[in-house]
Ligand binder design. Structure first.
Ligand code: ADP
Ligand code: MG
Length: 486
């Protein structure tokens, strides 16, 4: 199904080759090591990680995909988990920690079964069956959230759930509103379509997180260039076309700058290609390679073009608002230092992805591990009806699902086993799939009351992707280092 993976292990070079059960176990060990790193980051009370790169750059983050990317994992099997987290990030944008924790738990359970002499293929098949039950259960317990332009509250709530676990959670209401307004600004709610490319994110260290704002237009981290050559003719061409702002991908020297100033033509230089395109789309302008090609029809239009300054520093940014063609928006993220700004940008991106997913598909499940517990109950129930060895693997899958609420409780300083047992028995007794771990100690286990939502497609994707990777790891029974196949 996956072709035949050919895996090379770095530290195994001295050893000729590992085979069979030994190979499976060593791979599981490597993958578990990675997932254990992320386990403590899960949930609203999860910890952050500080990652220091070779040249000393520091990143502080809670985002699973970012942590794994910056960890620079070497082990080939462990790398599969890094890719797992990235595919969740690419497709959904959130749930990147959860998916790796789940995969780790599935592998830990598989290890126990291997010890009991169950064949890896039986485990893989049991997992597959169990995963299907899980997906079906998610579909059944899912809820639909209704929203429209006038009632964006459900979207804001979901964005807030995503932001709960991030450094910026003190300002989560405001950040969630920014994320929702940004996405709704570029969305076509009727066609359920979101043009993510029209959202731009700029960050500027200094100032407070609360100063973060959404601008209905394009913001350039550039100042007006004032003013360079031979150039007189070019400027005449610009003036003749009727343009009153010049934006240039390349630079021009000081003399040209001076001439522009003399002719009262504001200009911006060294603007990146992507930004230039965005401005062109937004204002309906055409990008021209030579001054001689400038004609009035190629000009774009915007209502306002102004510079914004930041507090006492001299730094400025350029804002182009009221663009003719489109709804491009820019988030200007502020924060005490660059690390916070970068993390705030990542967190806002997660929140925007979640809002986009909801606009595309408005079904949700509840968080706090409630959905996992409901699936776990359904999967164990199914295991009871299965004869033969597959039931062990199916039950193991249910146990692995329990690891999400366990980790959430543990990270919130609660006693994990007691908490899980209590919630699980309550769910079974009341047949209420909304009960989860009360991480924030709000006094209720009902995640619906607490307003902790996650998108249905996000959760389903987690189960699906984690199961796929685990099956892949289980099927590797021979690790051959280059040339050493004897
Ligand atoms: P991920 O990268 O997987 O999104 P997070 O650190 O964002 O990881 O944690 C997500 C988990 O935290 C989900 O299981 C979600 O349901 C849970 N969660 C978020 N907010 C709350 C809350 N207020 N109460 C309980 N659980 C929460
Ligand atoms: Mg999250």
């Amino acid at each position: 199904e996956y072709g035949r993976p050919f895996i090379i292990l770095k530290e195994q070079q001295q050893k000729a080759r590992i085979k069979g059960l030994e190979a499976q176990k060593s791979n599981i060990l490597a993958a578990k090591a990675v997932s254990n790193v992320l386990r403590t980051s899960l949930g609203p009370k999860g910890m952050d990680k500080m990652l220091v790169s070779q040249d000393g750059d520091v990143t502080i983050t809670n985002d699973g995909a970012t942590i794994l990317e910056r960890m620079e994992v070497q082990h080939q099997v462990a790398k599969l988990l890094v890719e797992l987290s990235q595919s969740q990030d690419n497709e959904i944008g959130d749930g990147t920690t959860g998916v790796v924790v789940l995969a780790g738990a599935l592998l830990a359970q598989a290890e126990k079964l291997l010890d009991r002499g169950i064949h890896p293929v039986r485990i893989a098949e049991g997992y597959e069956q169990a995963c299907e039950i899980g997906l079906k259960t998610l579909g059944e317990i899912g809820d639909v959230v209704e929203f429209d332009e006038r009632n964006l509250e459900p979207l804001i709530n979901t964005a807030e759930t995503t932001l709960n676990s991030k450094i910026i959670n003190v300002n989560r209401r405001k950040m969630a509103e920014i994320a929702v307004n940004a996405v709704v600004g570029v969305a076509d709610l009727e066609r359920k379509d979101v043009n993510f490319d029209m959202i731009k994110m700029e960050g500027k260290p200094g100032g407070r997180l609360e100063d973060t704002e959404l601008i209905q237009g394009v913001v350039l981290d550039k100042e007006m260039s004032h003013p360079q050559v031979n150039f007189t003719k070019m400027i005449q061409q610009v003036k003749d076309s009727g343009a009153n702002l010049v934006i240039c991908q390349w630079g021009f020297d000081d003399e040209a700058n001076h001439l522009l100033l003399q002719n009262k033509l504001p200009a911006v230089r060294w603007v990146g290609g992507v930004e230039l395109e965005l401005i062109a789309i937004a204002t309906g302008a055409r990008i021209i390679p030579r001054f001689s090609e400038l004609t009035p029809e190629k000009l774009g239009e915007a209502k306002v073009c102004r510079e914004i300054s930041f507090g006492t520093t001299k730094e400025k940014m350029l804002v182009i608002e009221g663009c003719k063609n489109s709804s491009a928006v820019t988030c200007v993220v502020r924060g005490g230092n660059n690390m916070i700004v970068q993390e705030a940008k990542r967190s806002l991106h997660d929140a925007m992805c979640v809002v986009r997913n909801l606009i595309k598909d408005n079904r949700v499940v509840y968080g706090g591990g409630s959905a996992e517990i409901a699936c776990s109950l359904a999967v164990s129930k199914h295991a009871d009806s299965v004869l033969g060895t597959d039931q062990y693997a199916i039950r193991a899958f249910a146990d692995a699902l329990d690891d999400i609420p366990l980790a959430l409780a543990e990270n919130s300083g609660l006693s994990p086993i007691e908490e899980l047992a209590a919630v699980k028995s309550k769910q079974a007794k009341e047949a209420n799939p909304f009960l989860g771990i009360d991480c924030t100690q709000n006094g209720t286990n009902c995640m619906k009351t607490q307003g902790v939502f996650e998108t249905l497609i996000g959760k389903q994707q987690q189960l699906l992707l984690a199961t796929q990777v685990v099956k892949m790891v289980l099927k590797i029974d021979d690790v051959i280092s280059m040339g050493q196949y004897q």
